[in-house]
Design a protein around this ligand. Structure first.
Ligand code: AMP
Ligand code: ZN
Ligand code: FE
Ligand code: FE
Length: 283
């Protein structure tokens, strides 16, 4: 029995609808999946219904971009209340920042003579939480690039002409927000961010887990991070980080996380929510 706890839909920069993603999850016979769209939980209700219809357990989630000690890190939120007012209001702010960033990226590309319109990026994104992959897809559609990967290489990654840094909340803020929304905070794909030295300090700030299994983690990484999780008493999670067809082929199915980790995650979330309701009860 396996799970995939890192998936994106077209509510952020994935290409699949929640229903299409649930269909793929069913094909791989996953027992549980989590939706972790960037800075939004808008896809969770549809994904929950699509998973229920296929007998798959659903974990509501999101992926937040944070900053710690000058590093950009991604923090996954699991079992969050997708209707939590403060969470929704902070996410709405980050969505607005993302939309403004698209306009800025396009302006930078225009400055170097690339004839792209932000309207064509928004027409592709059709969501509140657009990102660089949507700009990449617009560049492919305009025949300026032949793939999203090429668009990142030539224009969108750090130090390229279209690079615009993304405003990020502090890791401390993200962990506190996720906990207030009844969720658990897990450091996403640490090997991608070369963040190993930051894990212990983040655990002291309340981080709950490490994403040990990820498409870009080799077996050495899985072992190293699992041992670190054990030493720091952190939860273990993992997922494919599937963005649908952005990379030419879907990654779902490439990572199979043993289901026991979902059970541990669920128990920890229930314990956290128990603590929250006790601290909120009238004295
Ligand atoms: P953003 O949130 O706008 O900064 O965009 C980050 C997203 O871009 C990540 O979720 C990645 O999936 C995607 N991404 C990063 N590098 C590449 C690349 N070289 N090719 C395709 N997608 C990428
Ligand atoms: Zn993404
Ligand atoms: Fe990420
Ligand atoms: Fe992701």
């Amino acid at each position: 029995m396996f799970a995939d706890l890192h998936l994106h839909t077209n509510f952020s920069d994935g290409t699949y609808t929640p229903e299409e993603l649930a269909e793929h999850a069913a094909r791989y016979r996953f027992k549980a999946v989590a939706l972790t769209d960037h800075d939004t939980v808008e896809g969770c209700a549809r994904m929950a219904a699509a998973c229920k219809a296929r007998g798959i357990e659903f974990v509501p989630g999101s992926e937040l971009t944070v900053e710690h000690e000058g590093h950009e890190l991604h923090v996954l939120a699991y079992f969050i209340d997708a209707e939590h007012p403060r969470l929704l209001s902070e996410m709405a702010h980050f969505q607005k920042v993302r939309q403004e960033r698209i306009v800025e990226i396009v302006a930078r590309l225009n400055e170097i003579g690339i004839p792209l319109k932000s309207e064509s990026v928004f027409a592709i994104a059709k969501c509140n939480s657009p990102g660089r992959p949507h700009v990449g897809r617009a560049l492919v559609q305009a025949k300026i690039c032949s793939s999203v990967d090429e668009a990142f290489e030539r224009f969108l990654k750090r130090n390229r002409p279209g690079w615009v840094p993304k405003f990020r909340m502090s890791a401390e803020h993200a962990i506190e927000l996720i906990h207030e929304a009844g969720g658990l905070a897990v450091l996403a794909h640490p090997a991608l961010n070369r963040a190993d030295d930051l894990i212990e300090p983040l655990a002291e700030l309340g981080l709950d887990g490490i994403e040990c299994y990820h498409t870009k983690h080799g077996t050495g990484h899985i072992e190293t991070y699992s041992l670190l999780a054990e030493r720091l008493k952190l939860l273990v999670t993992g997922g494919s980080d599937c963005h649908g067809m952005n990379k030419g082929r879907p990654l779902i199915g490439s990572i199979k996380v043993p289901y026991q980790h979902v059970e541990r995650l669920r128990t920890a979330a229930e314990t956290l929510r128990g603590r929250l309701s006790t601290s909120r009860a009238p004295q």
